[in-house]
Design a protein around this ligand. Structure first.
Ligand code: AHG
Ligand code: MN
Ligand code: MN
Length: 337
């Protein structure tokens, strides 16, 4: 049984240029995960569920757990001293860590501290998503906005935690996507899913169909295609949508499937955030052999971000399924490009 800590160190030793800083950041994330996991597990017993009554910069109601998770991850990263700044879904601006060790460090972290948080009150799986980049600005200075507005292709590492029927941490540093399951009696993550690969094609589609009338024509056509009866391709497919990106993504990664959050008439850029949600998930899915695009054949990871809280339409999953919906987008929605 290999623990997450052992695995990170083993991988560090395999790259001669590695200095241990990235391993230390992943160690800080692992520690914060355990704290958040412990508290999510007793969410019904203590006063940490429910809304704060405050909206975040994106106009979404913040849950108490959103802010709690945000604080835990930030504190763990700052204490480790290997990160010069963070940007998170819950804060309007990026945060610069200016003490001597942090300001000289090379990395920034972007994160969605609690994904799917509206599900927590009803005991459905939630998650954490993170993404790590090398800073562009010179060490020794406070971090700048440009350090955070890098395309996803520049990610050094990305991952998510799923607080589900078991707690798992899944991450990549560009050498495959690897999953670790927490043994709750020991509080230790063990390697359980090395080098995960998403099937090329699957039979699950995940989309909030309540928005159907506002979807682009290409997505509507694809959904009808998924629902048609057709022997050779095993259709109709199965519709599965939890409403926690991490959980929907994790299921589709293991079983094969597609997750779509398209633009809608009322949200022309979709709902999901490029920096905190789509880029890390795109890195993980590509490392597992899948695809992530904006529906118009543009690779998510190649988009150049222009603002921290930017949203983007998200088509992600088994490569053949993403190919198929893209041909339909091209045919029926190309004018919306
Ligand atoms: P968050 O809780 O971090 O704001 O993210 C919620 C996201 C994502 O987890 C999920 O896939 C999506 O919102 C669900 O949105 P809809 O309720 O519009 O389907
Ligand atoms: Mn989210
Ligand atoms: Mn969130």
């Amino acid at each position: 049984m290999i623990t997450l800590g052992e695995y990170i160190i083993k991988k560090q030793h395999e790259s001669p240029e590695a200095t241990g800083e990235l391993s230390s950041i992943l160690g800080a994330i692992r520690l914060a995960t355990k704290v958040v996991n412990r508290d999510i597990n007793k969410a019904g017993l203590v006063d940490i569920i429910g809304a704060t009554g405050v909206e975040n910069v994106q106009g979404e109601v913040q849950q108490k757990m959103d802010l709690y998770a945000n604080d835990v991850f930030k504190a763990a990263l700052e204490a480790r001293g290997e990160v010069c700044g963070v940007a998170t879904e819950e804060e309007d601006e990026f945060v610069s860590f200016d003490d001597q060790r942090c300001i000289n460090s090379k990395y920034v972290v972007l994160m969605d501290p609690l994904d799917g948080s509206s599900n927590i009150d009803v005991n459905v799986s939630v998650g954490t998503i993170f993404s790590i980049y090398r800073r562009i600005s010179e060490p020794g200075q406070p971090v700048t906005l440009e350090d955070f507005l890098q395309p996803g292709t520049e990610q050094v590492a990305a991952g998510y935690v799923i607080y589900g029927s078991s707690t798992m941490l899944v991450y990549t540093t560009g050498y495959g996507t690897h999953g670790f399951t927490c043994d709750p009696s020991l509080g230790t993550f063990y390697l359980s899913h090395e080098n995960m690969k998403i099937p090329d094609a699957g039979s699950i589609y995940s989309i909030n169909e309540g928005n159907y009338l506002k979807f682009p024509q290409g997505v509507k056509k694809y959904l009808k295609y998924c629902q048609e009866i057709d022997g050779p391709t095993n259709r109709p497919y199965t519709s599965r949508y939890i409403g926690s990106l991490v959980s929907d993504f994790h299921r589709n990664l293991l079983k094969g499937g597609i997750y779509i959050y398209p633009s809608t008439a009322s949200a022309p850029k979709g709902k999901l955030r490029l920096l905190y949600e789509c880029n890390p998930m795109a890195f993980l899915i590509e490392q597992a052999g899948g695809r992530a695009t904006d529906g118009f054949n543009r690779r998510i990871m190649e988009l150049k971000p222009t603002e921290l809280h930017q949203r983007v339409p998200f088509f992600c999953g088994s490569s053949k399924m993403v190919d198929k919906v893209e041909t339909m987008m091209e045919e029926y929605s190309s004018e919306e490009k």
